[in-house]
Ligand binder design. Structure first.
Ligand code: ZN
Ligand code: ZN
Length: 256
């Protein structure tokens, strides 16, 4: 039973949040989220019950003005919440829902955001216990990425992308090489998101900052980069991590 997994002193907040999720799943609305008046009428039922306030004339759904806005289907929220309490991984939840990892994580973030606003004690407990299962995966993927980047930067004679020869030598400090057999030059990253991302000497530091949860401003200051550069790098690494099958880490590092 799920209650046994939640500390007794949090049962009141847990019950109240559970009730909120039920209301959202059943799309039950009590008042206009804008003016708080209770006179409104149904505009349409599908795909989501949409209402219009008789007083302020605004349109709304059960999730308007909440972190769950547009996160249909709403009955997933409770399943994600209770699964996380049971320490079921995001990946397993995504499989169960036949959905993507990203959709599950986005909903869990909305749950955390909602708890933060309405149920601070439950929020503290939920985010703390969540990290204990999330962190090993992230730490593992962090090591994978660092190992791959280190290998890339230390590559001595990669296979030539033109003729397949291994008689290649590094040109300059970047990831560019020249083939001694066909005499073509090539960049081993030319078909990846890292193409045209300069300053490889900063990449490992940049990744560490991303994983630590630093925001763009903090990274900009730490590495003395431009704001646009940090944004571009974050996006490039997001795609690179995904390509390297470190999806959880990619999502973790996406936006801060
Ligand atoms: Zn209203
Ligand atoms: Zn060649």
């Amino acid at each position: 039973m799920i209650y046994e997994l939640v500390p007794t002193e949090l049962h009141d907040e847990f019950k109240a949040f559970h009730h909120d999720l039920e209301k959202i799943a059943s799309q039950h609305v009590e008042a206009c989220p804008f003016c708080k008046k209770t006179a409104f009428y149904l505009i349409r039922s599908k795909p989501t019950k949409t209402y219009r306030c008789k007083d302020c004339h605004k349109y709304f759904t059960v999730s308007t003005n909440t972190p769950f806005n547009r996160l249909m289907p709403f009955n997933w929220l409770e399943l994600i919440f209770t699964s996380r309490i049971k320490n079921i991984s995001y990946l397993n939840i995504a499989e169960k829902l036949e959905s993507s990892l990203e959709k599950v994580i986005r909903r869990d973030r909305a749950i955390i955001h909602y708890l933060q606003i309405h149920y601070p004690s439950l929020h503290k407990w939920y985010t703390h216990q969540k990290q204990t299962t999330l962190m090993p995966t992230l730490a593992e993927q962090h090591q994978t990425i660092k190992a791959k980047v280190t290998a890339l930067l230390n590559e001595q004679s990669p296979t030539c992308i033109h003729c397949g020869s291994n008689e290649t030598t590094k040109v300059g400090s970047r990831t560019c090489y020249r083939c001694r057999r066909c005499r073509h030059s090539f960049n081993i990253l030319s078909n990846t998101s890292l193409n045209r991302i300069p300053k490889p000497e900063l990449w490992l530091q940049f990744i560490d900052l991303l994983v630590s949860g630093a925001n763009n401003l903090q990274i900009r200051k730490a590495l003395n980069l431009h704001n646009d550069t940090v944004r571009k790098w974050r996006s490039a690494w997001y795609h690179m991590m995904k390509d390297w099958h470190c999806e959880a880490l990619a999502i973790w590092c996406k936006n801060k």
